[in-house]
Write a protein that binds this ligand. Structure first.
Ligand SMILES: [Zn+2]
Length: 435
C-alpha cells in the first residue's frame, strides 16, 4: 500500500474589498512572523520545526495575540522548511544571499485554521473571526473529488491582489494498492534525453531539459544586461520581464517532466512492471554536466534534468501503484552487459566491448545494466545476464558489429503529442518493417 499525494489549485470568487483587506492584514502578520523566525533559525542553525516551535512559540504568540494561535505553529513549520533549504544551499556554496529572502508568501494552514464546507466554499480562521469564502469549481478539483481522493488537513493560501481572490493549494491523498512486478522497465535519465528499456527495445526520448535551462539562463542574462543599460540596474520593467521568463521556463519543464513520466508509468502499469531507476546521490551525475562551470547553473540543470525527472516518475508511479526499484548507478555505462568487461568509448556515444568486440550505444548499455542490477545478476553470473538479454532479437547480442547502433530516438515534439508510448512503439515497428 502506498500513499499518493497531489496538490490542486482552487481559486475563490473575487472578494469584497473589506473582506480581502482582512486577508491582506493576515498575510502581513504571517509574513512578519515567518521573516523573524527564518532569521532566528538561520542564525541558530535550526532546521527542525519542533525545536523552532519550542524556542519561539511563546514570543510569536505574544507578538500578535489577536491571531489564531495555530498560525504560530504553521509559521514555525514554514520557517523551518525555508531555513532548512537555505542552510543546505549555503553548505553547498550555492546560496546567493547571506540570508534567505521571504519573497512570496503562502500562508500555511492546518485543520484548525481552515475547513472545506461542501465543495463550494471554505472557511478560514482570521484575526477577525472565521470567514466563509466561496470557491470556483474547476475540472481538476472535481476530478480528484470524484475519483475517491481524500482532502488532507493541511493546505496553503496565497493572495491574488490583482483579482482580489484567494488562491488555495489543497492537498489530496489516496491509498493505492501496488502489485508484485512481473516485468521491468528501466529508465536511464540523462541531461537531455531519457533512455527507456521496454520489451527488449531501448527508446531514447528527448527531453532537452538542460538545453531549456541553459537557453533561459542566457536569455535572462541578455535581457538583464540590456535593461540595466537602458533603465539602470534592477528596474521594475526588467524584473517583470525576467519573472515572466522564469514562469515560462518552469511551466515548460513541468509539462515535459509530467507528460514523460505519465507515458512511462502507464506502460509499466499495463505490463504490471516495476520501474528501475538509478539511485541518485546529491549530485552524482555531475560528470555529465561538469563542463558547466557556474555552480548555480549546474545545480539547476541537475535539479531539473535528473532530480525533477525522477521525482515526477516517482509521483506518477505512486498514483498508479507501480513499484519503483533503485539500483546502484556506478559504472552502468562502462561495463558490457554480456561479457562484464570494459567498453571502450570513442567519440559520440558509441563504444566497443573489449572482449566480444561488439558495438554498443552508451544509453543502451546503461539500460541493460540497470536491468541486470534489478534482477540481482550483477555478480558476473552468466545465466542471469543471458536471462536479461534473451528477449533482444532472439539472441543475447543486441547489436552486431556492423549494424546501426542507435536506439530509436523520439523527438520531444513527437512524444509530447503521442497518446502513449505504445503508439510510438507501433510506429517504430512499422518503420522497421519498411526498412
Ligand atoms: Zn561484450
Amino acid at each position: 500500500m502506498v500513499e499518493a499525494v497531489r496538490t490542486v489549485v482552487v481559486r475563490s470568487v473575487p472578494l469584497p474589498r473589506r473582506t480581502f483587506r482582512i486577508f491582506v492584514e493576515l498575510e502581513g502578520m504571517y509574513r512578519n512572523i515567518v521573516e523573524q523566525l527564518v532569521l532566528y533559525a538561520v542564525n541558530n542553525d535550526i532546521t527542525k520545526f519542533t525545536r523552532l516551535r519550542a524556542e519561539k512559540y511563546r514570543e510569536v504568540r505574544s507578538l500578535y495575540p489577536q491571531l489564531p494561535s495555530h498560525y504560530a505553529y504553521t509559521a514555525c513549520q514554514d520557517a523551518a522548511e525555508r531555513a532548512h533549504s537555505f542552510l543546505r544551499l549555503r553548505r553547498m556554496g550555492k546560496a546567493r544571499k547571506p540570508y534567505p529572502e521571504v519573497r512570496s508568501v503562502s500562508i500555511w494552514l492546518d485543520d484548525h485554521l481552515w475547513s472545506a464546507e461542501g465543495l463550494t466554499s471554505v472557511s478560514l480562521a482570521t484575526h477577525r473571526g472565521r470567514l466563509r469564502v466561496p470557491v470556483e469549481l474547476n475540472k481538476h478539483y472535481l476530478r480528484y473529488v470524484n475519483r475517491g481522493w481524500r482532502l488532507a488537513l493541511e493546505a496553503k493560501v496565497k493572495l491574488d491582489r490583482r483579482n482580489r481572490r484567494l488562491v488555495l493549494y489543497l492537498t489530496f491523498k489516496k491509498e493505492i494498492n501496488g502489485y508484485r512486478p512481473k516485468n521491468y522497465i528501466t529508465v536511464d535519465v540523462n541531461e537531455d534525453a531519457e533512455a527507456v528499456l521496454i520489451d527488449g527495445v531501448v527508446y531514447l526520448l528527448e527531453t532537452n531539459l538542460s538545453r531549456v535551462t541553459l537557453g533561459y539562463y542566457y536569455r535572462r542574462r541578455s535581457v538583464q544586461e540590456k535593461y540595466d543599460r537602458v533603465y539602470g540596474p534592477g528596474s521594475r520593467l526588467a524584473m517583470r520581464v525576467l519573472r515572466r521568463l522564469s514562469n515560462n521556463e518552469r511551466a515548460l519543464k513541468r509539462e515535459i517532466r509530467w507528460k514523460l513520466a505519465a507515458l512511462i508509468v502507464r506502460e509499466a502499469a499495463r505490463r504490471q512492471a516495476a520501474i528501475v531507476l538509478e539511485r541518485l546521490g546529491r549530485e552524482p551525475a555531475n560528470h555529465m554536466i561538469e563542463r558547466i562551470k557556474n555552480p548555480q547553473l549546474r545545480h539547476r540543470i541537475f535539479q531539473a534534468a535528473f532530480k525533477g525527472m525522477q521525482r515526477a516518475i516517482e509521483e506518477k508511479a505512486r498514483e498508479y501503484g507501480v513499484p519503483v526499484i533503485y539500483v546502484d548507478p556506478r559504472n552502468t555505462s562502462k561495463v558490457c552487459p554480456i561479457h562484464g568487461t570494459e567498453i571502450v568509448y570513442g567519440r559520440n556515444r558509441h563504444g566497443v566491448c573489449s572482449k566480444g568486440g561488439e558495438t554498443w550505444h552508451r544509453d543502451v548499455v546503461a539500460c541493460y545494466n540497470l536491468l541486470l542490477r534489478a534482477l540481482g545478476g550483477d555478480g558476473g553470473a552468466a545465466p542471469s545476464r543471458l536471462r536479461a538479454l534473451a528477449p533482444v532479437d532472439g539472441g543475447p547480442v543486441p547489436l552486431g558489429p556492423k549494424e546501426s547502433h542507435d536506439p530509436p530516438a523520439v523527438k520531444l515534439g513527437r512524444w509530447l503529442r503521442a497518446k502513449s508510448l505504445h503508439s510510438i512503439m507501433i510506429e517504430h515497428k512499422m518503420s522497421e518493417m519498411k526498412v
